[in-house]
Design a protein around this ligand. Structure first.
Ligand SMILES: [Zn+2]
Length: 405
């Protein structure tokens, strides 16, 4: 066994071509959601894991065509080692190809950037996490932990057919979780939650020539839209996430110019902070509307269409320390710390299972979902190196706690 320091060993073994090729392979297999078509990419990855000697894993398929893949370095029930979970999603958002200058399913590299749908969000991160394990195995490293991959469906539309299924079936057990979503290789410790809600206002119809004989649902909706859009909801800004926001994204109502409108609908997107609950968010909205003198039921109804809770991990958590140490060992500098303005599957692990979870991956999140999405090849290489170092040094969070106390 060599006496070279670990970081140097890993650096010498990182295979640039391997991570680029795997990212390209994944980009070339379409998995846009909707409709969600993870089957082909799961099939392909089963072959990859099999060729690494990990077997073909377990496929969870709650509805036909919506597959998540579970693979690990050992039978976790029998292993005494701590488990590091890698949770990454295989679906992407859809593409309008005519807007792209690059082939969205080509994975071509130009000027150090690999282009394609999902390159940043998050097939590049998934490829880096798998390649990192290949690096550890090529070096013959005896890992202090087991690595479990949960490569899931349906994250882009909320995870109900992906990570949420694994959660409800009791399949998620780990000491810590790394989620390689695109964060520009910064450690993302918190993310905002979201609520999509529909507000329907009620009016009294009348002839358009005599509006005073009716009550316009559109005028009521306009007042609500103004109040919610301008609103600064009373709350202390989060150090990583800033303030809450509210966007009125859709307005729809009325039937004809000569009819006082009976009904109008607003669709709102409210982003929330750790500490908010579904009830508190609804109350914030209805309090605001009540300040206009409008009453629920009589003047309007509010229905929640989607709710994803916010989540965070304490910056002082030992697992954040583990990742920070690996980042410093491999790059020679301290990592940036950030928050995400949108939600990821990390919330399931953080909130429902109390599994310490850090979102940390290659690619800039500003590029996620955009035309000509890309991931920097340099970022893929750094991610492989840091992940491999984490795999080689993660001894669980309990031991770290003991060591620190
Ligand atoms: Zn993503």
């Amino acid at each position: 066994m060599t006496t070279q320091p670990l970081a140097q060993l890993i650096r010498s073994a990182v295979d640039v071509d391997a991570v680029v090729a795997l990212t390209r392979d994944l980009v070339q297999i379409r998995s846009e959601n909707p409709p969600g078509r993870e089957t082909e990419v799961v099939d392909f990855l089963r072959g990859v894991f099999d060729s690494m000697g990990l077997g073909k894993g377990t496929v969870v398929e709650p509805v036909p065509g919506r597959q998540s893949l579970l693979v690990s370095t050992a039978d976790l029930a029998r292993s005494a080692k701590p488990v590091l979970l890698i949770n990454g999603h295989l679906d992407t958002v859809p593409v309008r190809p005519d807007a792209w200058r690059h082939d969205p399913f080509g994975g071509d590299v130009h000027d150090g950037r690999l282009f394609g749908r999902g390159s940043a969000d998050m097939k590049g991160g998934v490829a880096a996490a798998i390649t990192a394990l290949q690096v550890c195995r090529a070096l013959g490293l005896e890992l202090p932990c087991e690595i479990a991959f949960h490569l899931v469906a349906d994250e882009e539309l909320g995870g109900a057919r992906g990570t949420a299924v694994l959660l409800h079936e009791g399949l998620i057990q780990a000491d810590a979780c790394l989620d390689p979503e695109p964060t520009g290789l910064r450690l993302c410790l918190a993310e905002r939650g979201l609520m999509f809600a529909r507000i329907t206002t009620h009016g009294v119809p009348a002839h358009g020539s005599e509006p005073s004989k009716g009550r316009s649902a559109i005028i009521t909706a306009a007042a609500i839209a103004q109040a919610l859009h301008d609103s600064e909801f009373p709350q202390t800004p989060h150090p990583l996430l800033g303030a809450t926001t509210c966007n009125v994204g859709v307005i729809r109502g009325g039937s004809a110019p000569n009819v006082v409108p009976e009904e109008c609908e607003l669709h709102i997107d409210r982003r929330t902070l750790p500490g908010d609950t579904e009830q508190s968010v609804v109350k914030g909205l209805t309090d605001r509307i009540a300040s206009l003198g409008l009453a629920p039921g009589a003047d309007y109804d509010l229905a929640v269409d989607t709710y994803c809770e916010p989540s965070e991990i304490d910056a002082d958590h030992p697992f954040v320390g583990t990742i920070t140490e690996s980042f410093e060992a491999m790059t020679g500098r301290a990592p940036g710390i950030t928050g995400l303005p949108f939600t990821t599957d990390a919330r399931f692990m953080r909130n429902q299972l109390a599994i310490p979870t850090v979102v940390f991956g290659p690619g800039r999140f500003e590029l996620a979902h955009t035309v000509d999405e890309y991931v920097e090849v340099d970022a893929l290489i750094s991610a492989v190196a840091v992940y491999a170092h984490i795999y080689a040094t993660f001894t669980g969070t309990q031991q770290l706690n003991d060591r620190m106390s």
